[in-house]
Ligand binder design. Structure first.
Ligand code: UD1
Length: 436
C-alpha cells in the first residue's frame, strides 16, 4: 500500500512556483451521472483523472454507458440503459454513486440503488433525496439495503420541494430528475455550490429549462428529451484552497492557474485575515504567505457561500502555527475532526468540544507517523509535514488519490519534499469507509 514520506524543516522551505488546478471532482461526478439523461454523447473537458471518477465510470458502464477517456477529456454515451440496478459493491466505494437514482428514474421510470451506508465523517443519510422523489410521485421500497424506486405511470411529475436543510447531493439528484419530469419543479432552499451551478449550466446546454441558477431557488420546467453537449468542467475549488494554504503555511508564494478566487468567497476572506495575500491574475491568483506570523482566525463551516467543510482541515493545519488561539466550528458533518489527533501527534495543540475545535498556535511541529482518515483532511497532514522538523510518514493515501489529481507531482513542482513509496505493509483497502 502506498505511503507518502514528507521531509520538512523549521523554518519550512517556502513553496514557490505555479500549480495548475484540475477540474472539480465534485462537479465531475454529478455531471457524469447526467449523461444517463440522454441517448446522445456528452463530452467533458478539464475532467480530472481521479480514482472517484474511474469508480463512477465503472458504475456507469454497468448501467450500459459507453465511456472514452482521452487525456482530460471524457466522453460518455448512454445510447440505452441495460441495467437499472446500482449494486452495493460499487455504491459503497463512493456515495456520489447515489446520484444515478434521479437520472435513471427520469429516463427509465425505475431504478434500484444500494443505500450508501454511513461513512467516517458522519451518518450521511439520503432522506432528503427520497423525500423529494416521493413528492415527484415516486414509490420507494427499501429491501435488503436497496432502494427500489418506481416513477408513476407516465413518468415523474413536477413538485415544489422545500429542503429543511441544505444538501448538495439531494439538490443535484432532484435537479437532474426534474429536467425530464412533467410540469414544473421548484427546489427551495437548494444548495448553491458552484458545482451545482456547473451542473445546471451543462443541463441547460443539453436542452433543460432551469431558472434561478446560482441561487437557492431553482425552477425547472420539464422537457421531453435532452440532447448531447460539450462541457468544460469548472476548477476544483477545494484543490485551489488547499494549495493556497500550502503557500501560506510554508512561507511561500504560489501562482494557482486555471482557477478563480470567485469560487471561494468566505475562504478568501478567512485566508486574507491570516495575513496571506491573494492577488488575482488573468487565469487564477497568486497566494503569498504572511510577511510576519500567521494570524489566528476563527472559522465556521457552512453551505456555499459560507466556509467550505472540505477546506476545514487545511485551515486547521495553518492555525496550528498561528500566533495565538483560534476556533473552528464544523456545522456540516458531525464527525469531521479525525485529523485532530493526527495533527496533535505532530505537536499541535488542539482540543475539541462537540463541534468546535480550539487550536492554540505552537512555534513548530515535529514529523511523525500519521494516517489519512478521509478524502479531504489528509492534505492538511502533508502541509503540516512540510513545515515540521524531520520526517512525516502518511499512510492510507488512497484517500488522497480519490480527490487530488497528481498530488505529489504538484507539490514537488513547487519545491515540496514529498515522495510516494510502497513498503508492503498489510492494509486492507476494501475495509475502509469512504467519505465526501
Ligand atoms: C457534497 C460533497 C462533499 C461536501 C458536502 C458538503 C460531492 C461528491 N461531495 O457531499 O465533498 O463535503 O457536499 O459541502 O459533491 N444530509 C441529510 N440527508 C440527506 C442528505 C444530506 O441529512 O438526504 C446531511 C448530511 O448528512 C450532511 C449535510 O446534510 O450532514 C450535508 O450533506 P450534503 O450537502 O448532501 O453532502 P454530499 O452531497 O454528500
Amino acid at each position: 500500500m502506498d505511503k507518502f514520506r514528507i521531509i520538512g524543516s523549521v523554518p519550512p522551505k517556502p513553496l514557490r512556483g505555479k500549480i495548475r488546478i484540475s477540474g472539480s471532482k465534485n462537479a465531475t461526478l454529478p455531471l457524469m451521472t447526467a449523461a444517463l439523461l440522454t441517448d446522445q454523447s456528452i463530452k467533458f473537458t478539464n475532467c480530472p483523472r481521479l480514482v472517484d471518477v474511474f469508480t463512477l465510470e465503472t458504475l456507469l458502464n454497468h448501467h450500459g454507458v459507453e465511456s472514452f477517456f482521452d487525456g482530460n477529456t471524457m466522453t460518455l454515451t448512454a445510447s440505452r440503459i441495460k441495467d437499472h440496478c446500482a449494486p452495493y459493491e460499487l455504491v459503497r466505494k463512493m456515495r456520489a454513486s447515489f446520484l444515478v437514482l434521479g437520472p435513471l428514474l427520469a429516463r427509465e421510470g425505475k431504478a434500484s440503488v444500494s443505500l450508501p451506508g454511513g461513512c467516517a465523517i458522519g451518518s450521511r443519510p439520503v432522506d432528503l433525496h427520497l423525500m423529494g422523489f416521493e413528492k415527484m410521485g415516486v414509490t420507494i421500497d427499501i429491501d435488503q439495503g436497496y432502494i427500489n424506486a418506481t416513477a408513476p405511470e407516465g413518468g415523474l411529475h413536477g413538485a415544489e420541494i422545500a429542503f429543511p436543510t441544505v444538501s448538495v447531493g439531494a439538490t443535484e439528484n432532484l435537479l437532474m430528475a426534474a429536467t425530464l419530469a412533467k410540469g414544473t419543479t421548484k427546489l427551495v432552499n437548494a444548495a448553491c455550490e458552484p458545482e451545482i451551478t456547473d451542473l445546471a449550466r451543462c443541463l441547460i446546454k443539453m436542452g433543460a429549462k432551469i431558472e434561478g441558477v446560482g441561487t437557492s431557488i431553482l425552477t425547472i420546467e420539464g422537457v421531453e428529451k435532452l440532447s448531447g453537449a460539450i462541457h468544460p468542467i469548472i476548477a476544483d475549488r477545494i484543490e485551489t484552497g488547499s494549495y493556497a494554504v500550502a503557500a501560506a503555511i510554508t512561507g511561500g508564494e504560489i501562482e494557482l492557474t486555471n482557477t478563480s478566487l470567485d469560487l471561494l468567497p468566505t475562504f478568501k476572506e478567512s485566508l486574507e485575515a491570516t495575513g496571506t495575500t491573494l492577488t488575482p491574475t488573468k487565469g487564477g491568483f497568486i497566494a503569498k504567505a504572511p510577511s510576519g506570523k500567521i494570524q489566528p482566525v476563527d472559522i465556521t463551516t457552512a453551505p456555499y457561500p459560507g466556509y467550505p467543510t472540505d477546506l476545514q482541515a487545511q485551515f486547521m493545519a495553518l492555525m496550528t502555527l498561528a500566533e495565538g488561539t483560534s476556533t473552528i466550528t464544523e456545522t456540516i458533518f458531525e464527525n469531521r475532526f479525525m485529523h485532530v489527533p493526527e495533527l496533535n501527534r505532530m505537536g499541535a495543540n488542539i482540543s475539541t468540544s462537540g463541534r468546535t475545535a480550539t487550536i492554540k498556535g505552537v512555534d513548530f511541529l515535529k514529523g511523525a507517523e500519521v494516517m489519512a482518515t478521509d478524502l479531504r483532511a489528509p492534505i492538511s497532514l502533508i502541509m503540516a509535514g512540510l513545515t515540521a522538523e524531520g520526517e512525516t510518514t502518511l499512510s492510507r493515501i488512497y484517500h488522497l488519490d480519490r480527490g487530488y489529481e497528481d498530488i505529489e507531482n504538484k507539490i514537488r513542482g513547487v519545491g515540496g519534499n514529498i515522495e510516494r513509496y510502497k513498503n508492503g505493509e498489510a492494509q486492507n483497502r476494501e475495509r475502509e469507509t469512504e467519505t465526501a
